[in-house]
Design a protein around this ligand. Structure first.
Ligand code: NAD
Length: 497
């Protein structure tokens, strides 16, 4: 029997207020306490780099210099590994209940200094203060709390086996969630009894370096966590050091592949959290206004610098015009500008290099025939900014539909049947995340079974929890962070019988 064809719901008329309700500026006034310069944090102390070199950390908000950061070379990375190896025997033999106390202290200290860290994160990375304040900081603390809970229960993660630490772990993280990625990496490594050498991204080292003072205040034994700063060469030295028992990398697929090649045959464990090109799929029976909010959050959260960003919107043909027109209206109310303003929704692009890449990909979308929409918005004159952008009339062959843009740019494609949606969603090298919006539970189950994505959100998007494992398929990487699956990636299993 044919079900009656749904008639598209009429689009409500747009309410136009002009400048009538313009907000006053609401800059965050808490101090960030950023030092004029930072050394390397090795063996529990600040040390000068043996390279005698430094690099500037600038704020994407206004291009002003924030601090001078030490550039670690191979000898510095070696010193960090030696310190971590020295700390390993005592740290790994501590009872889990003792290690848990350190994790718990770190979480509490982060909570105590949350506003200061949120301001530093926003100044250094460009994300809106409301996100660093309400998402990055609470989530970073939550990861330490969660893993504090696991540290004394490692004998119960897998029945009949105990979890034993691997040794010294090398970790390399990206710039989009600097402190949160650090928490995702450090908390499970510490809970399972490993010691660590970690390298933050070169454009966002400041919260990692400020975090060293939290480790000191928590009384963490020297050498358990060592922080080295620098760019790709420093990262390569971390990855290739012979003392590393495992490498945990989050970053681009290109670098992830090169790391996998470099580690082949070394016996080192590896987890890779790489790029994505997620499909956010909206069916005609979806709660459309909620879906529009989910689409907006999915692509404009953190300026789209999100590995799991819903950058490809797949919308059922019968409601495509309605969704497009609602999206355009909603985009007009997004406030783009100073990330330190509490009203800002879309902040600064992390670096000039990333801004250039976004410009290049957007230009390719226009050149290949997609239709561009950007709401009128006045961008600050200094700093790196890009307006929220939407492309309709996109086809699967367009670069904007295939390449990870990692910016506030949404591409809209349409589909008619669930099968077509699955085929289009899976037509990518990546497989990190997806969203499904529909009234039907059975359709949610079908889609989540058939989508090749590590995470599938249903009638929601960008929901995270430390207990929920996160990670990819295909070229989005392997291994999981969070949950008990994340713990297993930092341990070897030993039978107890
Ligand atoms: P990137 O790969 O350029 O850099 C990531 C980190 O690797 C940085 O610290 C960098 O200094 C370091 N690095 C660069 N070259 C290296 C090398 N040869 N050896 C070792 N380390 C090296 O990526 P990015 O531009 O900083 O980050 C954006 C990418 O990260 C995006 O592709 C995004 O999707 C991905 N990402 C993935 C996740 C996830 O969980 N899957 C989370 C956040 C970001």
């Amino acid at each position: 029997m044919h079900s009656p064809k749904r008639t598209a719901r009429p689009v409500a008329r747009e309410l136009l207020f002009g400048n009538l309700w313009e907000y006053d500026a609401a800059p965050e006034s808490s101090p960030a306490f950023i030092d004029a310069s930072y050394g390397l944090f090795i063996g529990g102390k600040w040390v000068a780099p043996k390279t005698r070199k430094t690099f500037d950390s600038i704020s994407p908000r206004n291009e002003e210099k924030l601090s001078e950061i030490a550039l670690a070379g191979a000898a510095d990375v070696d010193a960090a590994y030696q310190a971590a190896a020295k700390a390993f025997p005592a740290w790994s033999k501590l009872p889990g209940s003792e290690r848990a106390k350190y994790l718990f202290r770190i979480a509490r200290l982060l909570q105590d200094r949350a506003r200061e860290f949120a301001v530093a994160e926003t100044l250094d990375g460009g994300k809106p203060i409301k996100e660093s304040r309400d998402f990055d900081l609470p989530m970073a603390a939550a990861h330490f709390f969660y893993h504090a809970g696991w540290a004394d229960k490692l004998n119960y993660v897998t029945p009949g086996r105990v979890l034993e630490p691997l040794g010294v772990v090398g970790q390399v993280i990206p710039w989009n969630f600097p402190l949160l990625m650090l928490a995702w990496k450090l908390a499970p490594a510490l809970a399972t009894g490993n010691t660590v050498v970690i390298k933050p991204a070169e454009t966002t080292s400041i919260t990692a370096l400020k975090f060293a003072s939290i480790l000191q205040d928590a009384g963490l034994p020297p050498g358990v966590i060592n922080i080295v700063t620098g760019a790709g060469d420093t990262g390569a030295a971390v990855v290739n050091h012979p003392l590393a028992a495992k490498i945990a990398f989050t970053g681009s697929t290109a670098v992830g592949k090169s790391i996998q090649r470099a580690l082949a045959g070394t016996g080192k464990r590896l987890t890779l959290e790489l790029g994505g090109k997620a499909a956010n799929i909206v069916f005609e029976d979806a709660p459309i206004d909620q879906a529009v909010e989910g689409i907006i959050n999915g692509i404009f959260f953190n300026q789209g610098h999100v590995c799991c960003a819903g950058s490809r919107l797949l919308v059922q043909e019968s409601i495509a015009n309605q969704v497009l027109s609602k999206l355009k209206i909603r985009m007009k109310s997004l406030r783009t500008g100073d990330p330190l303003d509490k009203n800002t929704d879309v902040g600064a692009i992390n670096s000039r290099a990333q801004l250039d890449r976004i410009h290049e990909l957007v230009a390719s979308g226009v050149a290949e025939g997609a239709e561009l929409y950007q709401p009128v918005c006045e961008l600050p004159h200094k700093g790196f900014y890009f307006p929220p952008t939407l492309f309709s009339k996109v086809s699967q062959s367009h670069r904007i539909a295939r390449d990870e843009i990692f910016g506030p740019v949404l591409s809209i494609l349409t589909f008619r049947t669930p099968e077509e949606a699955i085929e289009k969603a899976n037509n990518t090298h990546y497989g990190l995340s997806a969203g499904v919006w529909t009234d039907k539970g059975s359709l949610i189950l079908k889609m989540s079974n058939e989508l090749k994505a590590g995470v599938v959100w249903a009638n929601s998007y960008n929901k995270f929890d430390p207990s929920s494992p996160f990670g990819g398929y295909k070229e989005s990487g392997f291994g999981r962070e969070g949950g008990k699956q994340g713990l297993l990636d930092y341990a070897k299993l030993k039978a107890t019988f």
